[in-house]
Design a protein around this ligand. Structure first.
Ligand code: AMP
Ligand code: MG
Length: 486
């Protein structure tokens, strides 16, 4: 176990030089205080969990202190925002502090979000508010606990520094961890500025640091695109299977590693609604829940365009055609598990679609449905769940088919429950739960956010005494408008 001062840095991205990032020092926030830390994320850096209690921990992660071996840099990238190309984005309020090499030989980017202005801040103040920092922290660690690919979060540090959004709020910083912060938009930047040598250098960096297996292929860049595409197909399958809505799937928020990245106005579905729009600013519903699948493919096409100097258009087109079948295969697998099926059957897609259609017209809590479906025998569970559906005849027909289908995979209820509870969370990060914890934290009480983090870190466990976190949202918590402003 290490202390903060023991960390070893190996700053590979910084070494790419000034064409890729600019050296910027963090601008500290006043009276820093630890809001919440993740011991699981600390373990990725081999950090002793008690380090979080030290005064220096809050100082480092609020920009007051820095390791001498860190090389803080703001990265340049561009990207398509809501379908339109923005030629210059970049780290406007976050800094890549450096890359830590852990005992297992892994590199972890330390990215401090809310660290002040950079050359890429445009009109922004370079800050992040406490509210959005807590939201990013909770989601990062929760999605990981759910088994979903995601960036991680080490801690949130609060402060007394005022920040103006729709109203006055306070500045905070969240320390994000990921093996890489390279986004689709990084490639787009070098493509559209016609810096094709740097584009190639970025590709070489990604290949050698993150996809070394692709280097052994005849066409490494082609293999890289395929890898990115496969990972994103799997990622979107997780989002759709677990009811996660990202909210701002701009190509600068898409990770080259296929991890959930740049949390903003995200939400998990409460009642199932394929048309759900979690981002209050998304008037056209471009990033509505069911649109996430075509939008991911659209973003991959944008990445493909940026790779045209390295890979032929014909090959890129062909690879893009793999996205949907790959996505569908992953999605089908996840949904089969959620429904308790051990084997695959040709009729599964239809049964899954019929269920979602019935949910759409009813008032069915998406998370609770699957948990309850596994909690008792199929007939008992279905009899109870029936109440939430409005098309009762349709539900009865589906339930009969579900029972027949499920009987094929064995009737042992204990085994069925064990495998279903292992994939169907009891606890999910509902917006209203985050909101309650945020409101307490804004009053200086960090106990609720720490407790919520602890509960959501074990989403599949029963956790007696914590059942209130597994309830459906109260009326006020059903349609919270979450804006991009963060
Ligand atoms: P996001 O919507 O958080 O993905 O950010 C889109 C772009 O705006 C990125 O280049 C961010 O760095 C930048 N940005 C967002 N908020 C701020 C802010 N408060 N100050 C400076 N830049 C920001
Ligand atoms: Mg972003």
């Amino acid at each position: 176990m290490k202390s903060l001062t023991d960390l070893i840095f190996d700053n590979r991205f910084a070494r790419l030089g000034d064409g890729f990032s600019t050296q910027v020092l963090p601008e500290p926030i006043a009276e820093p205080r630890l809001v919440v830390a993740s011991s699981a994320a600390m373990a990725l850096l081999d950090l002793d969990p008690s380090e979080a209690e030290s005064a220096v921990f809050a100082e480092v992660f609020s920009g007051h202190k820095l390791w001498s071996d860190a090389e803080p840099r703001a990265m340049v990238y561009s990207g398509h925002q809501f379908g339109s190309y923005n030629p210059r984005l970049g780290d406007g309020r976050g800094l890549l502090l450096g890359e830590v090499l852990n005992d297992a030989g892994e590199h972890w980017d330390l990215h401090l979000k809310g660290a002040g202005q950079t050359p890429y801040s445009r009109m922004g103040d370079g800050r992040a508010v406490l509210r959005s920092s807590i939201r990013e922290f909770l989601a990062s660690e929760h999605l990981h606990a759910l088994g979903m690919p995601t960036s991680r979060a080490l801690c949130v540090t609060g402060s007394s520094t005022p920040v103006w959004r729709e109203q006055q709020e306070s500045a905070a910083m969240v320390l994000r961890l990921a093996p890489s912060h390279v986004r689709f938009g990084h490639f787009e930047y070098f493509y559209y500025t016609q810096q094709h040598e740097l584009l190639k250098q970025l590709g070489e960096h990604v290949l050698s640091c993150h996809f070394p297996a692709c280097l052994t292929q005849a066409e490494p860049y082609q293999a890289m695109f395929r890898e990115v595409l496969e990972r994103n197909a799997q990622l979107i399958a997780y989002w759709q299977a677990y009811g996660f809505c990202h909210g701002v799937m701009n190509s600068d928020n898409m990770s080259i590693l296929g991890i959930t990245f740049d949390y903003g106005p995200y939400a998990f579905l409460d009642d199932f609604d394929a048309n759900f729009i979690c981002n209050h600013s998304d008037d056209s519903g471009r990033y509505a829940f069911s649109n996430q699948v075509p939008i991911a493919q659209w973003n991959l096409a944008a990445l493909g365009q940026a790779l045209t100097p390295l890979v032929s258009v014909e090959v890129l087109r062909e690879l893009l055609g793999l996205f949907l079948p790959l996505y569908q295969a992953h999605y089908r697998d996840l949904m089969r598990q959620r429904l308790g099926w051990l084997t695959a059957d040709d009729g599964d897609d239809t049964l899954i679609q019929r269920l979602l259609q019935l949910m759409q017209s009813g008032a069915v809590d998406y998370t609770r449905f699957f948990r309850e479906l596994g909690a008792s025998t199929a007939p008992q569970a279905l009899a109870r769940l029936r109440e939430d559906f409005s098309d009762l005849a349709g539900f009865d027909a589906w339930a009969a088919d579900y029972r027949t289908r499920s009987a094929r995979d064995g009737d042992d209820q204990d085994a069925r429950q064990a495998r279903m509870h292992a994939v169907n969370p009891k606890y999910i990060l509902r917006n209203y739960l985050a909101q309650q914890a945020i409101e307490a934290a804004e009053q200086g009480d960090y106990a609720p956010v720490r407790e919520l983090h602890a509960v959501l870190s074990r989403p599949f466990d029963e956790q007696p005494g914590q059942e209130r976190f597994a309830q459906r949202p109260p009326d006020w918590g059903k349609h919270l408008a979450i804006s991009c402003s963060s």
